[in-house]
Design a protein around this ligand. Structure first.
Ligand code: ZN
Length: 342
C-alpha cells in the first residue's frame, strides 16, 4: 500500500547537461557523452533508492527532452531544419523537427539505459515514453497531412520500443500525455485508441501520465488562467477508466483539481501527484501523507501510488532529491495513518 514512484524525469548532473533547463545542451560529446549518460543513469537510480522510492526510473538521463529524445531515433524526421511551432494549443512556441517521410525506428531508443538500469537495481523499474498525441503535438508534419494518421504511425513505433523495453526486463511502461489535458475531445475520439496501439501485446504494467506540465513559466501562466477548479480530468477520466491502460498518473498537490474527480478512475491504479514540481519548497512528509489520505476518500487504498505531479528535469538536483525523500517518508506516514484495514 502507498508505494512510491516518480513521473519519470530527474535533473541531470551539471557535468552531463546544462542545469535547470527543459531543453539543455549536452556538455560532453561523442563516446564521452554516452559514458556520461550511463554514469548519470546509475546515479539517478542510486539516489532514488536512497530516497526510498519503490518503482525507480532511469531519470531520463539519456534524453534531452521527453519527446525529442524519442524522435531522434526515428527515421523520417528532419532535425537539421527545425521550425518554430506553437504547441499545446499555442501555449508556447518551440523549435521542433519536421516529419518529412514515412516513419521507422532506427534502433532501440532506450536499450542501453534499460539494460544498464535493469542490471543495477532490484526494485521495480519504470520507463517512460512520450504518448502518441503529445508526440504529434511536438513535431511539424510535412508528410502525413493528417494528425491522427501520423499519431497511429508513431503509436506503432512506440509499441515496437515498448516491447523491446519489456524484453529487457522493464516492469512498468508509462506514456506521457500532457496533451490529453489540452485536446480533451480528441482523447475519446482517437487518443486512447492510439495508446492501445502503443501497448498492444504488452504483459507488463502500463501507465499514462497526464499532467498540467513542467513547472516552467508558460505552464504556470496557463494554470493561472484555468480558473478556481480544473475540470479537464472530468472529461477524459471516464474513457480512461474503460481503457486497457493499468495506471493513471495525475497532478494533485497544489493544483486546482477537485480530488473527487479521482472517483472517475474506478478500477485503475492511480499515481497520486503529492510532490509539486513548480516550487522549490520541499514538501513535509505530513503534507504528502495528507494528500494521499485525501485520495483514499475516492480511490481504494491498495490502488494508490504516491508520485510527483510531473517530471523534475528542470529542477535543482538537491531540491528534487529532497522532495523524493519527502515523498517516501510521506508514504510511510500514510501507511501508518491510513493503513489499517477498512
Ligand atoms: Zn507531466
Amino acid at each position: 500500500m502507498f508505494q512510491t514512484t516518480t513521473a519519470g524525469s530527474l535533473p541531470k548532473p551539471a557535468w552531463l547537461a546544462e542545469p535547470n533547463k527543459l531543453w539543455p545542451a549536452w556538455r560532453p560529446a561523442g563516446e564521452e557523452l554516452a559514458a556520461a549518460k550511463a554514469d548519470a543513469t546509475l546515479l539517478a537510480i542510486k539516489e532514488q533508492e536512497d530516497a526510498g522510492i519503490d518503482i525507480v526510473t532511469d531519470g531520463e538521463q539519456s534524453r534531452q527532452h521527453f519527446v525529442h529524445g524519442f524522435l531522434e531515433y526515428v527515421e523520417g524526421i528532419d532535425f537539421a531544419h527545425k521550425v518554430e511551432m506553437g504547441i499545446r494549443a499555442d501555449r508556447y512556441k518551440a523549435m521542433v523537427p519536421q516529419v518529412t517521410s514515412a516513419l521507422r525506428l532506427k534502433r532501440g531508443v532506450h536499450e542501453a539505459e534499460a539494460q544498464l538500469a535493469r542490471k543495477h537495481t532490484k526494485r521495480d523499474l519504470k520507463f517512460t515514453l512520450p504518448g502518441p498525441m503529445t508526440v504529434v503535438d511536438t513535431v511539424a508534419d510535412r508528410y502525413y497531412g493528417d494528425k491522427v494518421k501520423m499519431a497511429m504511425a508513431f503509436a506503432d513505433l512506440l509499441n515496437q520500443e515498448a516491447r523491446a523495453l519489456e524484453a529487457d526486463g522493464v516492469d512498468v511502461i508509462q506514456f506521457d500525455e500532457p496533451a490529453f489535458n489540452v485536446y480533451m475531445s480528441e482523447v475519446t475520439d482517437w487518443g486512447i485508441e492510439a495508446l492501445h496501439r502503443a501497448i498492444d501485446g504488452l504483459q507488463c504494467t502500463t501507465a499514462v501520465h497526464i499532467c498540467y506540465g513542467y513547472g516552467i513559466k508558460a505552464n504556470i501562466d496557463w494554470k493561472n488562467s484555468l480558473g478556481a477548479e480544473w475540470r479537464q480530468y472530468e472529461e477524459i477520466f471516464p474513457a480512461l477508466a474503460k481503457s486497457r491502460i493499468g495506471q493513471i498518473s495525475v497532478e494533485c498537490i497544489d493544483s486546482h483539481v477537485p480530488m473527487h474527480l479521482l472517483k472517475l478512475l474506478d478500477g485503475k491504479d492511480v499515481l497520486v501527484g503529492a510532490i509539486d514540481v513548480a516550487t522549490d519548497t520541499v514538501e513535509t512528509p505530513e503534507r504528502v501523507a495528507e494528500v494521499l489520505g485525501e485520495a483514499t476518500k475516492y480511490v481504494a487504498k491498495e490502488k494508490i501510488i504516491g508520485c510527483t505531479n510531473c517530471g523534475m528535469a528542470p529542477m535543482r538536483r538537491d531540491i528534487a532529491y529532497a522532495k523524493l525523500a519527502a515523498l517516501a517518508q510521506g508514504a510511510a506516514l500514510a501507511r501508518k495513518k491510513f493503513g489499517s484495514p477498512a
